[in-house]
Design a protein around this ligand. Structure first.
Ligand SMILES: Cc1cc2nc3c(=O)[nH]c(=O)nc-3n(C[C@H](O)[C@H](O)[C@H](O)COP(=O)(O)OP(=O)(O)OC[C@H]3O[C@@H](n4cnc5c(N)ncnc54)[C@H](O)[C@@H]3O)c2cc1C
Length: 444
């Protein structure tokens, strides 16, 4: 190395704190670069490769599809079996409006058929949730990997993208640790910012913000609800089936969700709690004191419930009230329930006064199970908030601000309920992004 070149090198290294080896950085050219090999990104990469060659998929993790792999407790509730209009109704109005085109373009039947054609049969449960027969989420990921492989999509695992820059000639430069990628179109499918260990650290929100997009406030959704104080040790692991969970502030009910509930060592989880978490978080943000209240019999009116209780008290009049309450709510909760109702558990059923009966009835419909203290973003199955839907075309998933830039999946401001809706939203928006990024190049 001659002296002049050596000093240029050393100066550059000192001033810019970049490795002198930066000059050995490899550059790859692509037609379409998809960032994030999750449900949305893999669908988008596969679909765009049906229209153009030179599709690459960059993934931070060593293994693609980490969130699919842990979805549905590893069984993968891949979609929901309802009609499109019923599925759309599960989303907030603006989300419903945005998703309508994508849900029709790539339907729940389409994803089931795609999986079936590649050897993964699915079945629908009574509640509409669709799972692979094998109950193995890896099987779903493997279908996508095989589709990508046969479509010549080049996957770059362990390749976290650090930044995206749009150059004057309209190309995008994607900077990673070791390589630089230059692409004509970019599909951003980097997910939300919960379960950060799975790779989703909200990187895409920052890039979209730098491109001038609005990022609506990021909040947890479908997250467990924490209590302070935590539930008594003996309640932990107790399920409450088909109840109604109300999130109550002093003056109003912030959320009422029906479904199963599970008491944990920190608070509550299970479908009803997960679905109430978004509204509970908003109420917490306002600094309001919040209690979680359970209606054990949401399908019964007070009068109907009174009849049931009276019958039990009369038919089993010699029994302790504790054993009767144990027939009405989970056994491990019964004693505390009676204490809260101001009734001694040893009292015989025939000794229960009308006044005490009223208190039991009131508690069966309105049992304060704990005080909500926290809902953590990282524990949310989805991230609420994200790229403002008003700034993305719902029929192409292309940015309305930056041409050639597409966004799909959880990076968008979409958060559906439990039941396969979120994966379907990722698949459908990924499909539309891939279709349009791919065809726009074909037509050039
Ligand atoms: C525990 C759990 C269970 C769930 N169960 C279900 C279920 O059963 N059914 C359902 O419908 N939904 C479920 N969900 C939600 C669902 O998994 C997500 O909504 C969906 O996977 C989102 O897909 P996505 O492709 O948008 O994002 P992700 O699947 O999160 O994919 C984003 C990808 O981008 C990568 N990435 C991020 N930043 C970068 C970067 N800088 N460079 C390169 N790559 C990057 C990430 O590593 C990740 O692989 C569950 C979620 C969780 C956490």
């Amino acid at each position: 190395m001659n002296k002049q070149f050596y000093y240029f090198f050393v100066r550059r290294f000192r001033n810019h704190k970049v490795s002198p080896y930066i000059h050995t950085m490899k550059t790859f050219h692509a037609n379409i670069a998809v960032i994030g090999a999750g449900a949305a990104g893999m669908l988008a990469a596969w679909r765009s490769s049906q229209h153009t060659n030179g599709v690459i998929l960059l993934e931070k993790n060593e293994k693609p599809g980490m969130k699919i792999r842990i979805s549905g407790g590893g069984k993968c509730n891949v979609t929901h079996g309802g009609t499109i209009s019923v599925m759309l109704k599960q989303f907030q109005k603006n989300e419903e409006h945005f998703l309508r085109y994508a849900f029709h373009e790539f339907t729940n039947a389409d994803i089931a058929e795609l999986l079936r054609r590649h050897g993964v049969e699915t079945y629908e449960r009574e509640n509409g949730k669709v799972f692979p027969n094998s109950h193995n989420a890896d099987d779903v990921v493997n279908v996508f990997l095989s589709l990508l492989h046969s479509s010549n999509v080049k996957i770059f695992p362990s390749t976290p993208v650090k930044n995206i820059i749009k150059t004057e000639n309209g190309d995008f430069h994607l900077i990673t640790q070791k390589e630089e990628f230059i692409a004509k179109k970019v599909i951003l499918a980097s997910g939300g910012s919960s379960y950060q260990k799975t790779g989703t650290t909200g990187d895409g929100f920052l890039w979209m913000k730098n491109f001038g997009h609005t990022i609506t406030p990021i909040r947890p959704a479908l997250a467990p609800i924490y209590f302070s104080p935590t539930p008594p040790a003996e309640w932990q692991g107790v399920p409450i089936r088909d109840c109604e969970l109300k999130i109550m502030t002093e003056n109003f009910c912030a959320s009422a969700k029906r479904g199963d509930l599970l008491i944990t060592h920190t608070g509550i989880s299970g479908p009803a709690a997960l679905e109430a978490s978004k509204e509970a978080f908003l109420a917490l943000e306002k600094g309001l004191p919040i209690s979680a209240v359970v209606d054990f019999y949401p399908e019964h009116s007070n009068e109907e419930l009174e009849k049931i209780l009276l019958e039990k008290l009369q038919q089993q009049s010699a029994k302790q009230i504790l054993s009767i309450i144990e027939q009405l709510i989970p056994v491990k909760l019964a004693e505390n329930f009676l204490v809260q109702s101001g009734i001694s558990p040893e009292v015989k059923a025939h000794q229960i006064t009308k006044e005490a009966r009223k208190r039991v009835l009131e508690k069966l419909k309105h049992w304060n199970i704990g005080t909500v203290s926290e809902i953590l973003l990282d524990r949310g199955e989805v991230t609420a908030g994200g790229v403002d839907l008003k700034e993305i075309s719902s029929t192409t998933m292309e940015s309305k601000l930056i041409s050639g830039l597409f966004a799909c999946g959880e990076i968008l401001d979409i958060a559906g309920p439990v039941g396969g809706y979120n994966l379907q939203a990722a698949f459908s928006t990924g499909y539309v992004a891939g279709e349009n990024a791919g065809t726009s190049l074909k037509l050039q």
